[in-house]
Design a protein. Sequence first.
Length: 368
Amino acid sequence: MDQVVLENVTKSFVTKAFGKVTAVNDVSLHIREGECFSFLGPSGCGKTTTLRMIAGFEDLSSGEIWLGGRPVSIREKNFYVPPEKRELGMVFQAFAVWPHLNVFENVAFPLRIQRTASADISARVKQALKHTNLSGLEEKYPSELSGGQQQRIALARAIVASAKVLLLDEPLSNLDPKLREIMRFEIKDLQKKLGLTIVYVTHDQAEAMALSDRMLVMDMGVVQQVDTPTNMYNNPANRFVFSFLGLSNFMPVALHDGLVWPAGSASSNLECEIPEEWDDDRAVLATRPNEIQLTLEGGYRTRIKNRVFLGDYVEYRMDIGDAEIRVQTHEHRDFRVGDVCGVRLGKVKWYSAAEEISEEERERRKVI
C-alpha cells in the first residue's frame, strides 16, 4: 500500500528579487508503507517545501496529496486537512523541546492535547522512551541532556501518538559527526521495530544512502531521479545526480579520429572507449576519485600538483587538460608533489557538454 502519494504537486512563490519562482515543480511520488524514503538535494532545491506541504504547513499551488489512502490536500477542490488531523509525527532540525518541561512531560505533551487518559499516557510515554533509549531519564530536563538525547526526546514525542508516518527535516544536522552516525542506526532500528513510514529530508548524501530504502534527488524544484541508493549511485540519471552523490571529477573532452582528447590538451589523448551510441564530437567525462589509477608508465601523462594524506588513503590533485581532478588511492606506491605520473580512468560516465545549468539560474530559483 502507498502511504504517502503526491500527484502533480507544484508550489510557487513570488519574491521581490526574482519575481515568481517555482520551488516545487509538478512532483508526483508514491511512498510505500513501512518505507524509509529520503529527499536529497542542495539547499533551495525544494525538498523542505515538499515536506511542509505533506505536513500541511504550506498550501499547494496545484496538485494533490494523499496520506494512508485518504486525501489531505487537493488544490483544485480547495480541500485541506489541517496538520493536527493528518496523523503525522514530525522532527525538526532544531531540538524542538520545551526547556521548562522534563523528559516525561515533553513526550506526553501531544497526548495531553488529545485528552488521553492519564494511565494510558503513562504507559505510552514509557513505551516511547524505551524505543528511543531514554528510559530512566523521565525526570531530567533538556538542559541536563546531550544534543543526541534532546533529539531522542523529539523522536519519542513524534511516535508516542502512534503516528504511522514520520516526517524528519534534517534531524541530525546539529549533532557532531560521531553522534550523527549513531543516530542513523537508531532511526533505522526504530523504523523497522515499529513499521513506520519515514520521509526524511537531508542534504547529506551519506545519511540518505545509509537510511533509505529508496530516495529521490531534487534540483531547482524538479525531481531528477527516484531509486534505491545502490542503483542511484551506480547508475545516476544525469550529470547533476552524479555530482551530488559522492565525490566526482568532470573532464570536458573532444573526439577526433576515434580518440578522446582532453579540452586544452593537444599533446596526449585519454585511454578511453567511446560509447557506440555517442554521436557528438564533444562530451564531459565523469568519474569518481577512487576509480582512477596512477601509474609510473603509460596513461595520460601529468604532474602531481597537490598531495594530502588522509589516513585510509592519499588524495592527489592534478590537471587533465583544462580540468583539475582529484584521485584517491590506497596503493602503497607514493607520489610526491611535482612527480610526473600516468592517469588511467576506471569506470566512466559520458554526459553531453551542454548538460549544465548556470549557477545564476539556480540562484534565481532558490527559495527555501
